[in-house]
Write a protein that binds this ligand. Sequence first.
Ligand SMILES: Cc1cc2nc3c(=O)[nH]c(=O)nc-3n(C[C@H](O)[C@H](O)[C@H](O)COP(=O)(O)OP(=O)(O)OC[C@H]3O[C@@H](n4cnc5c(N)ncnc54)[C@H](O)[C@@H]3O)c2cc1C
Length: 209
Amino acid sequence: MAEVELLAITPDAETLIELAGRTCYLSHDRSEPGSEQKFIGMLLRHGHLSVLEHAYATFRVKGGSRSFTHQIVRHRLASFSQQSQRYVRETDFDYVTPPTIAKNPEAHVRFQEVMDEIRKAYGELQDLGIPKQDARFVLPNAVTSEIVISANLREWRHIFSVRCEPPAQWEIRTICIQMLQQLQKVAPTVFSDFVIDEDKMVAFIDQSA
Ligand SMILES: Cc1cc2nc3c(=O)[nH]c(=O)nc-3n(C[C@H](O)[C@H](O)[C@H](O)COP(=O)(O)OP(=O)(O)OC[C@H]3O[C@@H](n4cnc5c(N)ncnc54)[C@H](O)[C@@H]3O)c2cc1C
């Protein structure tokens, strides 16, 4: 399972969002301890989500596949730094085994055989003087790739809304749910309307919240 670590979040994120949002109404005098919950709840209900862009969160994901990273980097409003296959040698690469393959003994054996063969071919290409940036052409989607992702909290909400729902692919769904769980601890109101079903590993926005 991929390792998901919240590296950073804007300090006092919800207080900052309230402060920024109250500027629209010049209602700073109504700010008091705990008032950010009601205020941010109002922003969510009204779809006034641009105010959430004042706060950022950064995650590091280790052990996700290149299949996962290829999907997450499609989110254009986020920023990424990813392990390079041009500079990092992949001779002993780790890989992700999809659960459907892991629980099918015959498929699992075949899958492992192919991974071993790719490792061997990658090493042989290196021995033949092929540079890493070209030897990597034989690497599979399953190869793991470390990535750091930064986005504002509005974009994180958008990412979770499309990547945690049932149509999303299982790996990105599982990783995004881990990120959502961590953000619900540190910015609980901003993500309060997301409901997580851990049994099915899905999450969705509760429209009635
Ligand atoms: C279930 C699922 C299946 C998918 N299948 C495929 C597939 O088969 N093939 C494929 O290529 N991709 C696929 N994708 C990826 C998808 O097409 C998007 O590229 C990806 O989800 C990023 O979404 P986004 O553009 O909404 O978000 P972001 O890039 O994160 O942008 C956030 C929001 O900003 C706004 N925005 C950003 N850029 C622009 C812009 N240039 N113009 C106007 N508004 C903008 C939009 O409102 C957008 O929703 C799939 C995604 C999902 C969730």
